[in-house]
Design a protein around this ligand. Structure first.
Ligand SMILES: [Zn+2]
Length: 388
């Protein structure tokens, strides 16, 4: 195995050794990256969250006043609880051309590759900079990337492309759906069921809302568009949790709906939520308030991961295709941080080592060959950003 790939594996070994499941601090890992970069003469900025327990890291190799290319990755991983692991999750086990460990494919593998290419970038004379953008809390709704992009926007020239290294088997992915998590809380009036006439059932209110969601779902399905290349080529609504009531003989005063919209385009997500809100305001709430004036229905967005909408011919697509040596692009089922970069007017595509089917599972793994491919991709990036 060539030296560059081995050096990425050595870094990956360290990254995996930090338990950065999203409900824990990632600060030790971020400090490790900062120290690594600093030893190479690269300054980086740590962007902490409000608690200081978690942080993003942003670094630039090259002239920050010139539009450059972003390499983006998240540093948190999904939990291992409830999974039966044959190997140690927070260490890299090397076996038969594979590297096992939590985060090896999603997505410390890419972060390690991006770090391993820094010495080459540092040694080259660059005509455009390369930025490293490493976030926290991606796995729980892309919470960290907001302040990371804000920092990027305020501190460097607008990049021409963002390459998001989520596992795609090093293919170029230009589309995914968005995912908006929504919470609707219905409050009626609880009374004993012997006098239902005096109460207002929050569960009945919730039921009407859910029915309207089903009507909307059917309409979204009717707008199916196979040209989008998704396995399921239309936007969807899912009610994941309904929780209401406390006892059989009580009219329930409270009910909570946890639901989500997976939209193929940002405007579809917005208009779908607006339709549900309008239905609540015009039909469900007035009915409930007629029975009990203090009835309330409140809706809030818990997280909002925007869709990645393909921009054929964008700089991100052109560069990723060239570096990966391919002419094809794909759409995927999962969501990523790519849509946030696109919303900040930085065209983004996904291209990273490993496969999403190897991620999130017990004994998560990545093929060493994928790390090697990613290093070839990043060497092509170096050649591109190098002054002639
Ligand atoms: Zn990921």
């Amino acid at each position: 195995m060539r030296e560059l790939t081995e050096s990425a594996i050595t870094i990956l070994d360290r990254l995996v050794s930090f338990n950065t499941v999203s409900n824990r601090s990632n600060r030790e890992l971020i400090d490790y990256i900062k120290d690594y970069l600093s030893e190479l003469g690269v300054e980086s900025t740590i962007i902490p969250d409000a608690t200081g327990q978690k942080a993003n890291l942003f670094a630039t190799i090259g002239d920050p006043t010139v539009p450059g290319v972003v390499l983006s990755g998240h540093t948190d991983v999904v939990p291992v609880e409830g999974q039966v692991w044959q190997r140690e999750p927070f260490a890299v086990t090397r076996e038969n051309g594979r590297l096992y460990g939590r985060g090896t494919s999603d997505m410390k593998g890419f972060v390690a590759c991006a770090m391993a290419i820094v010495p080459q970038l540092k040694a080259a004379e660059l005509k455009m900079p390369v930025h490293l953008a490493f976030s926290y809390d991606e796995e729980v709704g892309c919470l960290g990337v907001h302040s990371l992009i804000e920092h990027m926007t305020n501190s460097v020239a607008a990049p021409v492309a963002a390459l998001i290294g989520e596992p795609s088997n090093m293919t170029v992915v230009d589309s995914h759906k968005g995912s908006r998590g929504i919470l609707t809380t219905i409050t009626g009036k609880a009374v004993h069921s012997s006098r239902v006439d005096l109460g207002t059932s929050a569960v009945l209110g919730a039921m009407k809302i859910v029915q309207q969601m089903e009507t909307c779902s059917d309409e979204l399905e009717a707008q199916s568009d196979p040209s989008l290349r998704f396995e399921l080529p239309y936007s969807t609504i899912n009610v994941g949790v309904i929780r209401g009531g406390t006892a059989r003989n009580l009219v329930p005063g409270d009910c909570v709906l946890q639901w989500e919209i997976r939209g193929t385009r940002p405007d579809i997500t917005d208009s779908t939520q607006a339709r549900i809100t309008k239905f609540i305001d015009q039909s469900v709430l007035p009915d409930m308030q007629q029975r009990f004036e203090g009835s309330r229905i409140e809706t809030s967005i818990v997280y909002d991961v925007p869709p990645l909408v393909a921009i054929p011919g964008s700089e991100a697509e052109t560069l990723a295709k060239r570096f990966a040596g391919t002419n094809e692009t794909f759409a995927v089922n999962y969501g990523t941080e790519a849509g946030f970069f696109a919303m900040a007017d930085v065209p983004a595509v996904i291209c990273g080592p490993g496969s999403d089917t190897e991620a999130h599972i017990a004994d998560e793994w990545i093929a060493i060959e994928q790390i090697d491919k990613c290093m070839t991709f990043l060497e092509a990036l170096v050649a591109h950003v190098q002054a002639a």
